[in-house]
Design a protein around this ligand. Sequence first.
Ligand code: DC
Length: 224
Amino acid sequence: MTAITNIIAIDGPAGAGKSTVARAVADTLGYAFLDTGAMYRAATWWVLQRNVDFEDPEAIEDAVRVLPLEMREEAGRSRVWVGEHEVTDDIRTAAITDTIWRVDEVPGVRRHLVELQRAFGAKQPTVAEGRDMGTVVFPNARCKIYLDADPEVRARRRTDELQARGQEADYETILAAIRERDHRGMTRADSPLRPAPDAVRIDTSGMSLKEAVDAIVREARRTK
Ligand code: DC
């Protein structure tokens, strides 16, 4: 049997609170934080920047294999660079969110980013957040969490979050987009979103994010 790795794997759909919760868990435990969604976002930014043909998966894979990605934690925030461009904010725009599936469904892209993710996790105790952390990337993670929430709750949180940032946000449009992304993520051929058989499922619909963090930290300590 392969040794258990010092990884806390947190997976779940968009808007379940994963990023906020995973970062807080990492801070509490003193672990590194790995935002794998940011890696797929940066890869998509790079593919768009280079005008790669979306109909050509090999060209997408070739581009991503030379992605000059750098991620750094600064003042409680993950900052992301591609080459000399800081893309921390640019990778969160709708232009990226709407096209990311064209990049994250390319198997060669996933293979490459998974290698980088495993290398990161091998270096230090890590809280890794994404869609396939417990199922594919770190099957021997010491603790696996699947964070979920009702689509309506996730859409409400996303709407409030965008409005708080002064951006326009329509609840119904966001709900429809969340349902679409759920469907796409759960039915894709490579690394579909689903809980690992040994994951602890936490539904945050009726929970504050602090309660979710506490529950995960308890679980992480129990498995130590
Ligand atoms: O968590 P996020 O919204 O930043 O992720 C952006 C997209 O990246 C998401 O739609 C699916 C994809 N993703 C993935 O395919 N595998 C991961 N481990 C993380 C994200």
